[in-house]
Design a protein around this ligand. Structure first.
Ligand code: AMP
Length: 545
């Protein structure tokens, strides 16, 4: 017997429709590429997304055609997202920080028909234009600009295009399993691979991400996704925000600490999301300016391990609850979020804080397991102790990569994340490392994340990374690459002494190498592969002849 309830497909258009119906006057505050601010509302975003859907229709695109965006987090970008996916096309967000060869590769691989870009990326687009023959239309996400028109005669301007269109558009009644958006993985090895999300996976992810035990969004919030819309759809926040009807601050191109502090204080942001390097910059800027980040109730940290000292700093100095989360492009991205359970209120504050260091536990819709090997011939016990290969399954987890017909799962249907982690009985998962970043010293594993967490708590270090360096006797030994804080005269011996009594002696790095800058990739994560190329043989070079 089938249940007697209505069936409505889970569509991205229903999110913007909900926001327009019930939260039309809620503010969307956006920083433009020139630094000026625009204040608009969900009502206006909805109208412009319909105008843009009419523009796309006039271009004669077919259902599921790809429309690419290279843009910052701003209101026009948000309008295009809903216009594209809502009308049955696929929104392909491109990370501007990739290399030109990767840009050409992914635009061609995705077979993008339209390329939408922020003014800032004019030169990027001009530099790849002759190598992306399938793109038929280019749209500059701004008002008419004479200089841009001269440099790029065939370009169309977003504001002109939507001004000519009606704000009436009937969102099509799509199959909920149709593709809605496309993101490429960072591609630290080999070519980037496309992950193609569906309307259904996106809406279900939005429900899960908004829950109190996840990002904790409500209609009373003003959230600021610092994580870019080209990094796993800003962790889905533009969709969750429409679902709950909260206000948003879209920070545009200026992601330095001082600019973010200014936005939080001026617009009373309650909840912000970003990678640890962003938060490190923000903390430094807040200390410098004396801001207390008064409105900020919580911040979500993910994309790379959140150092325990960061949790402590936000709590002690800003009364802000830092929530650690983990995910991947392949997982939409929400995999786990660290929110405690009722029973944990019996623990004292330091024990609670210790629990919060872990990446967190899965929301409904995601299952995790830890295995001895990638094929999972043996599943590990959930004891929170023994690390293994982290595997995941769920409603918003990838099955196969874009245009690859073979699925990317284990024989019994799980996705191997490439991360090494522990899992306990309550579902709390703690990442030990990326499998390729673990350090194997004399047959024993050392977690680079653990060594980094200790080093970053040193007050005179600004940014750190631990990598494996080849070693004649031990195969690999950890070395610490560190950027000093301004005006610091800390020495290698001081930093190594800082490790004493915090970790077993044999795990302490062999060397500390001070550098002026640590390479950071397109999504703000440290490029360990580059560091390994640069410093991976320093211990061999130092051996006596
Ligand atoms: P990406 O698909 O580029 O977002 O990268 C996903 C990878 O980032 C994961 O497989 C992890 O290795 C890493 N990652 C994401 N969040 C965290 C976190 N909270 N702690 C440690 N590593 C993380």
């Amino acid at each position: 017997m089938i249940g007697n309830m209505m069936f409505q497909p889970l569509l991205i258009s229903s999110l913007i429709e909900h926001a327009a119906q019930y939260h039309a006057d809620t503010a969307i505050i956006s920083k433009n590429t020139d630094g000026s601010m625009t204040e608009t509302t969900w009502g206006q975003i909805s109208k412009n997304s319909k105008r843009f859907a009419n523009v796309l229709q006039s271009l004669g695109l077919a259902v599921s055609d790809r429309v690419a965006t290279i843009a910052w987090n701003n209101h026009r970008h948000l309008e295009t997202w809903y216009g594209i996916s809502g009308s049955g096309l696929v929104c392909h967000t491109i990370n501007p920080r990739l290399f030109p060869e990767q840009h050409k590769y992914i635009v061609n691989d995705a077979n993008d028909k339209v390329l939408i870009f922020d003014k800032t990326f004019l030169n990027l687009v001009l530099s790849i234009k002759d190598s992306i023959p399938y793109v038929e239309e280019y749209i500059c996400l701004d008002a008419y600009d004479e200089d841009i028109q001269r440099a790029f005669p065939e370009v169309l301007f977003y504001d002109d295009l939507i001004a000519l269109q009606s704000d009436v558009f009937e969102w099509p009644d799509l199959d909920e399993s149709k593709a809605s958006s496309l993101c490429y993985t960072s591609g630290t090895t080999g070519n980037p691979k496309g992950v193609l999300y569906s309307h259904r996976s996106t809406v279900l992810h939005s429900y899960a991400a908004s829950l109190p035990d996840s990002f904790h969004f409500s209609a009373q919030d003003r959230i600021m996704p610092v994580v870019p819309m080209f990094h796993v759809n800003a962790w889905g926040t533009p969709y969750s925000a429409a679902m709950v009807g909260c206000s948003m601050v879209l920070p545009g191109p200026m992601l330095d600490g001082a600019s973010l502090v200014e936005l939080i204080d001026r617009y009373k942001v309650t909840n912000a999301l970003g990678v640890p390097t962003i938060w490190q910059g923000l903390l430094n800027a807040a200390y410098q300016s004396g801001s207390k980040l008064q409105s900020l109730v919580r911040n979500i940290v993910g994309g790379a391990a959140c150092p325990p000292s960061m949790l402590q700093a936000f709590k002690d100095d800003f009364q802000c609850e830092t929530v650690h989360a983990w995910g991947m492009t392949e997982t939409s991205p929400l995999g786990v979020v660290n929110q405690l359970k009722a029973k944990h209120s019996e623990l004292d504050e330091s024990q609670q804080l210790r629990l919060r260091y872990a990446q967190g536990r899965p929301p409904y819709g995601v299952s995790l397991r830890i295995c001895h090997d990638e094929k999972c011939t043996v599943e590990s016990v959930r004891d929170g102790q023994i690390p293994g290969h982290l595997q995941i399954k769920g409603h918003w987890i990838v099955e196969s990569y874009f245009d690859q017909f073979e699925h990317s799962l284990t024989e019994d249907g799980w996705f191997d994340t490439g991360d090494i982690a522990t899992l306990d009985e309550d579902g709390f998962m703690q990442i030990c490392d990326r499998s390729k970043d673990l350090i194997k010293s004399g047959g024993e594993w050392i977690s680079s994340v653990e060594l980094e967490n200790i080093a970053i708590a040193h007050p005179e270090l600004e940014l750190v990374a631990v990598i494996a360096a080849s070693h004649a006797k031990w195969d690999e030994r950890p070395i610490l690459i560190a950027k000093k804080a301004a005006a610091s005269s800390v020495s290698e011996a001081d930093v190594l002494a800082f490790y004493h009594n915090k970790i077993a002696k044999w795990q302490i790095p062999d060397r500390v190498i001070f550098v002026d800058a640590i390479p950071v990739g397109g999504t703000g994560k440290i490029l360990k592969k580059d560091l390994r190329e640069m410093y991976g043989s320093v211990l061999l070079e130092e051996l006596p002849a």
